[in-house]
Design a protein around this ligand. Structure first.
Ligand SMILES: Cc1cc2nc3c(=O)[nH]c(=O)nc-3n(C[C@H](O)[C@H](O)[C@H](O)COP(=O)(O)O)c2cc1C
Ligand SMILES: CC(C)CC(=O)C(=O)O
Length: 399
């Protein structure tokens, strides 16, 4: 087994913590030139469950505590309905969104998730290729099982203009953070994402039950290799620190000219502070229900953050997005785009690069379809008045 003891109770990582439905009505071609993969997201999840080691499946699928927030992230979307506008659409829709750090061909990006080689031997290389082929951003995590330079190179082989962002946790040793930032810059990343919701690692019962604390032999968090304070050729743990503060964000921003996103914001006041501290954007996220089991569903936290930020920076959302309708609801509530975590892992486990391509293709096609049903020409047509609490049919802002 690899590396040191679990950090804060998480797995260690050898240095890691530890319709067009048949009718041809403007449906675009699939995003991937690779083998065709069939099935919807639920089927891909079942295929992933069938092929993965149960401990690894549960690491991906699980959440913190009683997994209340894990379920709520998806349930909250089901409590919302769309109130479409009619007779204002157009034949083809423009799905693209411009963000600090890159242009997305669809308002869906790949959220950072750890250890893709647990899902498929190609790991983050496959994810990077599929994201690039779809024309969207991969937020590559510090906890990736392929080094960031190789991840970016894989994306750029598919599309020389592909944008890859790098996610990190501020390390308590500042020279380690600085080294990670330099690596991401040298690799060609176009933005950084600082995850702020993890002062300590969430306690996951499923991991404890499986005794999953280490990556299998041969896998490691490759970005953590050869860092200051670590053994030559060896890896350091992904350290989380309860002492992390706004000063760490300031210090990190001073290290780089790349746009810096702040991920894991739920409180509107923190969103305002993020703007004041120069964040290029904020990501409303509860870490997919993996950190604190007492917080609101991500989509329920979104409107207050959007209101507080008041258009000064873009707001992203992740957590519980499982279809194009969810994407549309999040955008109508003010998100500029959404991130998807687990669905990408299910696609990767089920069919490697083609599986991730299938997930992004499904989301793109479903979103385009819902946008058309709402009389939308582009994402900007999805406005707040289009979302109503299910069961009411009335928007507070209608009129
Ligand atoms: C297995 C797994 C690993 C994750 N690893 C990270 C990580 O290393 N850094 C991070 O900021 N977020 C991480 N996340 C959280 C995701 O970025 C994202 O917030 C979450 O998955 C969104 O919820 P969804 O899975 O319902 O789409 C992880 C999520 C999962 C499921
Ligand atoms: C290695 C961990 C830090 C990855 C993570 O954030 C998670 O599993 O939720």
């Amino acid at each position: 087994m690899s590396g040191g003891p679990a950090v804060n109770g998480g797995p260690t990582a050898g240095g890691g913590l530890s319709t067009n439905g048949g009718l041809s009505t403007n449906g675009g071609p699939g995003v991937s030139g690779g083998p065709t993969v069939h099935g919807d997201l639920a089927e891909l999840r079942e295929r992933a469950r069938a092929v993965l080691d149960p401990a690894h499946y549960d690491y991906y699928a699980g959440g913190v505590g009683d997994e209340v927030v894990l379920g709520e992230n998806e349930a909250a979307f089901r409590r919302l309905a769309l109130l479409p506008r009619v007779l204002r659409g157009r034949a083809t829709r423009d799905l693209a969104v411009d963000l600090p750090g890159g242009r997305l061909a669809l308002p869906v990006l790949v959220a950072p998730t750890a250890f893709h080689r647990l899902a498929h031997p190609d790991g983050e290389l496959a994810t990077a290729r599929a994201a690039a082929a779809a024309g969207t951003v991969l937020v590559s995590g510090v906890a990736s099982t392929v080094a960031i330079a190789e991840v970016v190179a894989a994306a750029r082989e598919v599309d020389a203009g592909a944008a890859v962002w790098f996610q990190l946790y501020p390390h308590p040793e500042h020279d380690v953070t600085a080294c990670l930032v330099r690596r991401a810059e040298r690799a060609g990343c176009t933005a950084l994402v600082v995850t702020a919701d993890s002062p300590v690692f969430g306690r996951h019962r499923r991991d404890a039950e499986h005794g999953f604390h280490d990556l299998p032999e041969g896998l490691a968090a490759e970005n953590m290799r050869d860092l200051p304070g670590g053994p030559p050729g060896g890896t350091r743990d992904i350290a989380m620190s309860p002492a992390v503060s706004w000063a760490d964000l300031d210090r990190l921003r001073a290290l780089t000219s790349l746009p810096v996103w702040l991920k894991g914001v739920l409180h509107p006041r923190d969103a305002v502070l993020a703007v004041e501290h120069g964040a290029a954007g904020v990501v409303v996220s509860n870490h997919g229900g993996r950190q604190c089991d007492l917080v609101p569903a991500a989509v329920d936290a979104l409107p207050a953050v959007v209101e507080a930020v008041a258009g000064r920076v873009p707001v992203l959302l992740d957590g519980g997005v499982r279809g194009g309708g969810d994407v549309a609801v999040a955008l109508a509530l003010g998100a500029a785009a959404v991130g998807v975590g687990r669905p990408v892992l299910w696609g990767l486990a089920a069919a490697g690069e083609a599986g991730v391509a299938r997930v992004l293709d499904l989301l793109r096609d479903e979103f385009d379809h819902v946008l058309a049903l709402c009389g939308g020409r582009d994402p900007a047509d999805l406005t707040r008045d289009l979302v109503v609490p299910r069961g009411t049919g009335v928007s507070a802002r209608c009129g």
